[in-house]
Design a protein around this ligand. Structure first.
Ligand code: ADP
Ligand code: MG
Length: 326
């Protein structure tokens, strides 16, 4: 697939996106205080990746995406898209990305075909260079080209928005929560299509609050929380963290110190809680709960209760924030 518009000189940047010191403070409105949604974000997104921007609701993901899309004005910082500075070279930077917004806004009066053609026209793609029908077919909308947008289901609207974002063949595609509210079959289809685009050379950035989605799709993941990037690493490294689990063993009598056999284990991290319980954080790939319990029992501790915390995105956040503050 061709990934550049005819008038894009196509530099070969190392990074599809380079974001430095990005800040956004929303002005106060209707009695609410101003909101600092981004607090100095730095991100370098390598060309060719499928990059996940993961974070809970309200973390600032859409704010970031909307700044890239030119829909929200940044308060401070620099953004380079495909090597083009957003302020110094707005036309080129805009031509280099396609953005699929979180909201399913479509003009109800146009058919998918018309919507695609208008979009291509807006970006100055000459009729001969347009891929309207091929894109609609690739997105499974081949039989919906001429229906009113009003009659499209949510999933179809999402796909049409992806088509619109690709109408000018940008080298960078950004998807904001692409599968929120999308059923499992369609989710799979979308993932397949996104992967196909990526194999064709498109750098993909997607935001999600589904860990599973990031895990399945992305080769690199940044975690954003309260407007700050708290992790930015290859998926394998992040998943390594998720592999850890914490078990809290409550003894019949509170302990005043850790048994030596536990304290000596270097493959697990053991602490004595203020309540005199033993909290062991271990990698599920490298230690079993049974073996850890045996260790505690053989240290002469009578176990009253055991609680475990499942690893979760929330857990990774807490873990990372905790590390930040340590
Ligand atoms: P996410 O996409 O990660 O859920 P958002 O970027 O939408 O997060 O929101 C980040 C924070 O900024 C939230 O606290 C949100 O309420 C606030 N926010 C988003 N848009 C606006 C706006 N237009 N005006 C004021 N505050 C906003
Ligand atoms: Mg959002």
């Amino acid at each position: 697939m061709s990934t550049a518009t005819p008038e894009t000189p196509e530099p070969s940047p190392r990074y599809a996106l380079e974001i430095r010191g990005l800040r956004k403070t929303y002005a106060p409105r209707g009695g609410e205080a101003g909101k600092e949604a981004l607090k100095g974000v730095d991100l370098s997104i390598p060309r060719g990746s499928i990059y996940g921007l993961l974070g809970p609701n309200g973390a600032g993901k859409s704010t970031l995406i909307n700044i890239l899309a030119g829909l929200v004005n940044k308060t401070a910082g620099t953004v380079r898209i495909w090597g083009f500075d957003q302020d110094a070279n707005p036309r080129m930077s805009r031509a280099s990305i396609g953005v699929v917004p979180q909201e399913l806004h479509l003009d109800p009066f146009f058919t998918p075909r018309e919507a695609m053609e208008i979009q291509a026209g807006l970006y100055g793609v000459p009729p001969a260079g347009r891929r309207t029908e091929a894109l609609l077919r690739a997105l499974g909308l081949g039989d919906k080209m001429h229906v009113g947008a009003r009659s499209l289901s949510g999933g179809m609207k999402r796909r049409l928005l992806i088509g619109k974002a690709l109408a000018h063949s940008p080298p960078v595609l950004i998807l904001d929560e692409p599968t929120a509210g999308v059923d499992i079959d369609l989710r799979r289809q979308l993932w397949d299509y996104v992967r196909e685009l990526n194999e064709g050379g498109v750098t993909v950035i997607l935001t999600t609050h589904y860990l599973e989605e990031a895990e399945e799709m992305c080769d690199r993941i940044a975690i954003i929380n309260h407007g700050e990037v708290i992790a930015d690493e290859p998926k394998s490294a992040l998943m390594g963290r998720l592999d850890s689990k914490t078990v809290t063993i409550i003894p019949a009598t509170p302990l005043d110190r850790l048994p030596q056999t536990l304290a000596d284990r270097s493959d697990v991290s053991t602490i004595l809680t203020p309540a005199g319980a033993v909290a062991i954080t271990y990698s599920r790939n490298h230690a079993s709960l049974g073996a850890l319990l045996d260790l505690v029992i053989s240290a002469g501790i009578e176990i009253r209760d055991v609680t475990t915390a499942e690893p979760s995105l929330e857990g990774v956040f807490l873990d990372l924030i905790h590390r930040d503050e340590a």
